[in-house]
Design a protein around this ligand. Structure first.
Ligand code: PBG
Length: 469
């Protein structure tokens, strides 16, 4: 009974798509059975498994050790979702050697008999205790039962016990668009551009899709001449956003497009709503405009409309408006807890959307408030929101956790412009390691309870996660 199990390799492309892997494992098992019944040494076959652009599985862990150089932040895969489905060579190698399996020598019974008789085969000696540096105090070890460091002592263990994962599938990439042909750099956000809607934008989306980021959110820079106190350009079916959505959907039908629902890019006052003579932001009249804006975006093909305006009752009103027009399938991501934050500064520069007067404190939340987020949560849930968003991200981790623990709905976190720019600036000044801080901040947003993250780092981070730079 000196039977050696054949060694089985499943060599395919370096993709890790769940379905493909499961199918491959099944095939591999079948082939293993075939082999054990005495069939050929090598079986080579062409697999017809195709990689569907939409069917990209989630990546479960970022602390996956690759042999040799270990980088906890790099996934040893290089996924691509561009291009057509391809065929892959599927090879099962049934032995490590090219010839038939050789008998190594003694049988199991002979080996056991040798050990029983005291002829123990040689093995490496018990390893020596590693030396401590001279001067290390000589002490008796603590008598502690719990030593949590035991579970952190090697990359393999750390990877096995990692609680949170980060994947490009979690990212939504915010993109600024304008009417121009060129891409204009945004001074306060290094690496970000106002993209030309017909060229630069399509290129950026294509790059993102190459690393599995297939969700974007659009922010338009609207010409000043089109801005009015009531922001009517927001629901012009041939305005910049609806036009861009139609172009993107034409080229990438499976791209998930989120849109921002708020009047600020269209308002001559730079506010998210209509401003009355005395400075009051008019709630219900604004919501009326937002409904028209959301319907116009849905008509163009938006998948998820995202009211970021913080008016009362807007989620329910937008839901009814969408449904009345036959857009039952369009989701609403509500900015549930959007705080009146100074972290939005670079964004307002990007869109030239600073309020002309006053601030946004009568509609955005007070950064000092925690319980108030529960009031917004209850309203959004009862009005039919599909996703709840917290904004900003990192300074508001407690709010993300609050929403996570109090709602079964998916939670989104927005890592806003100021958070992005601080990490970029710290990196440029060599005060921090930009890439590591970027990945850590994103992981922390996930740990706090965010399912998806809106982040200007989406492309850069996804490239890191896919082992590209
Ligand atoms: C406006 C809007 C803002 C952001 C997203 N949508 C700015 C604001 O509320 O003034 C900020 C995003 C960022 O800072 O990255 N509706």
């Amino acid at each position: 009974m000196d039977y050696q199990w054949p060694l089985l390799y499943a060599c395919s492309s370096d993709r890790l798509f769940d379905g493909v892997v499961k199918l491959q494992s099944l095939l591999a098992l079948l082939l293993l059975l075939l082999y054990s019944f005495g069939s050929s040494e090598f079986i080579v076959m062409a697999s017809t498994i195709v990689n569907m652009p939409l069917n990209v599985g989630t990546i479960k862990s970022i602390d996956r050790p690759s042999h040799g150089k270990f980088n906890p932040n790099v996934l040893p895969i290089r996924p691509s979702i561009s291009g057509l489905p391809r065929r892959h060579l599927f090879v099962v190698k049934a032995s490590t050697s090219d010839g038939p399996i050789k008998k190594l020598g003694m049988s199991d019974a002979e080996c056991e008999a040798a050990v029983v008789a005291g002829n123990i085969p040689e093995a490496p000696p018990v390893p020596p205790i590693p030396a401590s540096p001279a001067g290390t105090p000589v002490i008796t070890s603590f008598d502690v039962m719990r030593r949590p460091r035991r579970n952190r002592r090697s990359p393999v263990l750390r990877s096995a016990f990692q609680e949170t994962s980060l994947s490009p599938a979690n990212f939504v990439y915010p993109l600024f668009i304008h009417e121009g042909e060129e891409d204009t750099p945004i001074g306060a956000m290094p690496g970000c551009y106002r993209l030309g809607w017909r060229h630069g934008l399509l290129e950026e989306v294509s790059k993102a899709r190459d690393v599995e980021v297939n969700s974007i959110v659009l922010f338009p820079k609207v010409p000043d001449a089109l801005k009015t106190p009531t922001g009517d350009e927001a629901y012009n079916d041939n305005g910049l956003v609806p036009r861009t959505i139609r172009l993107l959907k034409d080229k990438y039908p499976d791209l998930i497009i989120y849109t921002d629902v708020a009047l600020d890019p269209y308002s001559s006052d730079g506010h998210d709503g209509i401003v009355r003579e005395d400075g009051v932001i008019m709630n219900d009249q604004t919501v009326h405009q937002l409904c028209k804006q959301a319907v116009s975006q849905a008509r163009a093909g938006a998948d998820v409309v995202s009211p970021s305006d913080m008016m009362d009752g807007r989620v329910g009103a937008i839901r009814s408006a969408l449904d009345a027009e036959g857009f039952q399938h369009v989701s609403i991501m509500s900015y549930t807890a959007k705080y009146a934050s100074s972290f939005y500064g670079p964004f307002r520069e990007a869109l030239d959307s600073n309020p002309r007067f006053g601030d946004k404190k009568t509609y955005q939340m007070n950064p000092a408030n925690y319980r108030e987020a529960m009031i917004e949560l209850r309203a959004d849930e009862s009005e039919g929101a599909d996703i709840l968003l917290v904004k900003p991200g990192l300074p508001y981790l407690d709010i993300i956790r609050l929403l996570r623990d109090n709602s079964p709905l998916p939670i989104a976190a927005y890592q806003v412009s100021g958070e992005y720019s601080m990490i970029k600036a710290g990196g440029v000044l060599k005060m921090i390691d930009e890439e590591k801080v970027m990945l850590e901040s994103l992981m922390c947003l996930r740990r706090a309870g965010a399912d998806i993250i809106l982040t200007y780092f989406a492309l850069q981070a996804a490239r890191c996660l896919c082992g590209e730079k």
